[in-house]
Design a protein around this ligand. Structure first.
Ligand code: ARG
Ligand code: ASP
Length: 722
């Protein structure tokens, strides 16, 4: 009796350990899986206040912002809050040398001043259903992977037809737990989303790349948008007649801030994690893939940075591209560091040993899973050279833009070959539109230099048979000089400039397709692709399919073996809740990082005229006068804070909510020592970084003086809380 009691207690503590901090949980399962744990950690509301399909709940205030970030509704007039770096594309698009919103910020002081954004959307989740049974129905063990997927696709298509929805709603089915489970989402997408406000980059991206992925942080990484709807409040295409959307639910803003140990949760759309990998996959990431990608981006960034600093136009044109390239570049370096320092491979191996022991001890598990780990290891070993080649190919061909431009014209040639004149005209119009868009942010000088530097790596670092023969002969013709080779390609191509493109695309369909086919950049990208598909893609895809199948079995195996552990599915851009406590951390021996930063820190970092750490004069004046209004505490202005919430890319812009579900922060980053959390979450050092909501309000109110926005939001503090 006593023994069982003890076991139960141990079981329970293991259970809680599996729960706290790590995990991105499904909102519809919180009640059954997490509610107790969340309340134990300090939550004061119920799971049904977070996700409820019968009445308004917090989920009705959360949107996927353009499919790449999260945003939340913070007023009953459809006002959206997200990050500066999430709204940046919109901010850049509206910017020019005359109206440089990147540099000076932008504020709409009435609805009429808000700016429309083509292509931007906000998607609400109406409800989520488990459809695993229907999706997997009819599957047999003897089906090949291809037959299996075929049947699954058919089942999903049938399901989509059957499910009840309104005409303005959409249906989406996603696989979870490496395709062991399937959930269906009914969604509502609003496509008239207007820019309302953004601080200057010197606030919204303060510290830029130096501070990115780092704590302590002092960035006001936010921007504001507004959802517009048709007169019936339903989704409608952009129209000047549309009206501000009236949400089912909007978030209230807490003025109380956070204390050490406070409960927080982050509600949003995390993009992609890989928490259940085999140790050899982690080892390969650290040794092969991350370094390959980092190496290429290091060179690319050096080139772009040089041009951006000496030319303001290029500075605007390349701001977004530069930020994108450098963001993952820095993260991968942190990932290598973190995985190495935390002994992630060794720890995973120990877990695998435990797994193996349990499998061997139980006949039914033995039958199903013996040899699985070995098969995984073999498959990862085999894929290594192809994975390296894939990373090289995709990094290089995406950084040299002339190759991408040429590639766009493939659709035109293909359309003509397939459908003659009819398809051709349409494909041509489409290609022109896309290319003209891209030319807006393009500099030939930058691209030529990128070509020169990166094609050198393409040749020097790869096995000879992975290198395009066409390029090899070009290089030879130009005395193995990469600059000369770049000149040759650019002088014999018309794909990178509006005027040249016009010449290229003028004439009969037959003449044009012929001219495209003779364009040198076109010939080059085609030969690079062909070489890749001949030498790499076949093996790569076959091995990847094998790994996917093995990981699917391994996922189920882990759940069958570790029956006490609570599993959460890897992130896949679907709505999730993660929760944890506000907490400081120790990055290394003898150093402790506080959980909150203040404006003193903004001022400490300030370097007048600097590219990363300059500040608007008005901010300095406000600071010197300690004019923080109701957003400061005891004469200090809080700026950012950290907590142990398990987040990833895509969670940017997600609300950080307190125990009562009120908005206390805006998620935007993670700490350097914990960037490995996508592969190996370590509760001792993984922290997410949020802008303190009071800093956001200080900037809107005191810096921008956008009283119109403050007036439409709803604030709460202990005095008004029940
Ligand atoms: N690291 C954060 C995230 O992954 C923020 C990136 C934006 N800031 C920047 N300096 N690029 O997206
Ligand atoms: N900064 C990331 C984003 O843009 C969030 C993260 O990776 O922690 O989604």
């Amino acid at each position: 009796m006593k023994k069982y009691f003890l076991l139960a207690i141990i079981g329970l503590s293991v259970f809680y350990k599996g729960f706290a901090e790590e995990g991105m949980w499904l909102p519809q399962l919180l009640q059954s899986m997490n509610e107790k744990d969340m309340k134990r950690m300090g939550m004061k509301i119920n799971a049904s206040d977070i996700y409820n399909i019968n009445r308004g709940s917090l989920k009705d205030a959360i949107v996927s912002f353009g499919g790449f970030c999260t945003a939340e509704v913070i007023s009953d007039k459809g006002l959206l809050l997200t990050n500066h770096h999430c709204g940046f594309d919109a901010i850049q698009t509206h910017s020019s040398l005359q109206n440089n919103y990147i540099k000076n910020g932008f504020w709409a002081y009435n609805n009429g001043q808000e700016l429309k954004n083509e292509g931007l959307f906000a998607t609400f989740i109406v409800r989520i259903e488990d459809v695993t049974k229907a999706v997997l129905s009819g599957l047999r063990d003897d089906l090949s992977e291809k037959e299996r997927q075929g049947l699954i696709d058919k089942n999903m298509a049938a399901l989509k037809q059957m499910v009840k929805k309104e005409s303005y709603q959409d249906i989406l089915i996603r696989s979870f737990f490496e395709a062991n489970k399937y959930y269906l989402f009914v969604t509502e997408t609003y496509r008239d989303v207007r820019l309302v406000g953004a601080p200057p980059s010197s606030i919204g991206n303060y510290g830029k790349d130096t501070d990115n992925w780092m704590w302590p942080r002092h960035t006001g990484d936010f921007s504001m948008f507004r959802i517009y709807a048709g007169k019936n409040n339903k989704p409608a295409a952009y129209s000047p007649d549309n009206v501000p959307y009236q949400p089912k639910r909007s978030l209230q803003i807490s003025l109380d801030g956070v204390k050490e140990g406070d409960f927080t949760m982050v509600f949003g759309f995390p993009g992609r994690t890989n928490e259940y990998l085999h140790s050899s996959a982690i080892e390969q990431t650290v040794r092969v893939n991350d370094p390959a990608k980092v190496g290429i981006r290091t060179k690319a960034l050096q080139v772009i940075d040089g041009f951006m600093r000496s030319d303001e136009t290029i500075g605007i044109q390349y701001a977004k591209k530069y930020a994108n390239i450098s963001n993952a570049w820095k993260k991968w370096q942190g990932e290598i560091l973190g995985l190495t320092k935390s002994n992630a491979v060794q720890k995973r191996k120990e877990m695998e040993d435990g797994f193996e022991k349990i499998v061997l001890s139980k006949p039914e598990l033995n039958v199903a899973y013996v040899g699985l780990l070995n098969n995984l290891k073999t498959a990862y070993d085999k894929i290594e050279p192809y994975g390296f080649a894939r990373d090289y190919f995709s990094e290089i061909t995406s950084k040299i833009e002339i190759l991408g431009f040429a590639n766009q014209l493939k659709a035109v040639v293909n359309a003509y070959e397939k459908n003659g004149e009819a398809g051709y005209a349409e494909a041509k119009t489409k290609a022109i539109k896309r290319l003209e868009d891209d030319y807006g942010d393009y500099s030939v000088a930058v691209d030529k230099k990128l070509f020169e530097v990166l094609m050198d790596m393409y040749v020097a670092d790869q096995k000879d048979n992975y290198v395009s023969p066409f390029f090899k002969s070009l290089l030879k013709q130009n005395n193995n000089n990469y600059a000369k080779t770049a000149d040759a390609v650019f002088s014999q191509s018309k794909v990178y400039d509006s005027k040249k493109l016009q010449t290229l695309l003028t004439g009969s369909a037959k003449d044009v397709t012929e001219a495209i086919t003779n364009d040198m950049a076109y010939q080059l990208i085609l030969d690079m692709q062909e070489t890749f598909s001949k030498e790499v893609a076949g093996n790569l895809n076959a091995l990847q399919a094998e790994i996917n199948q093995l990981q699917r079995i391994y996922m189920k195996a882990q759940m069958d073996v570790f029956t006490k552990k609570a599993f959460y599915p890897d992130a896949n851009s679907t709505l999730r809740v993660t929760y944890g406590n506000v907490k400081d951390y120790q990055p290394r021996d003898g150093v402790k990082y506080e959980f909150q930063s203040y404006m003193e820190g903004v001022m400490e970092k300030y370097v007048p005229g600097d590219y990363e750490f300059d500040l608007p004069k008005k901010m300095i004046d406000l600071y010197n006068k300690k004019d923080f209004g109701r957003w400061g505490v005891n004469g200090r202005q809080p700026v950012c804070f950290i907590a142990a919430n398990h987040t990833t890319g895509g969670n940017s812009g997600s609300p950080a909510l307190d125990a009562y579900g009120n908005l206390v922060g805006l998620n935007f980053d993670r700490v350097w020592e914990g960037t490995m959390s996508d592969i190996n979450y370590d509760p001792s050092i993984c922290r997410n970084i949020m802008v303190d909501i009071r800093y956001v309000m200080f900037i809107v109110d005191k810096y921008a003086e956008a009283k119109n926005l403050i007036a439409e939001m709803k604030f709460v503090s202990k005095k008004t809380k029940k």
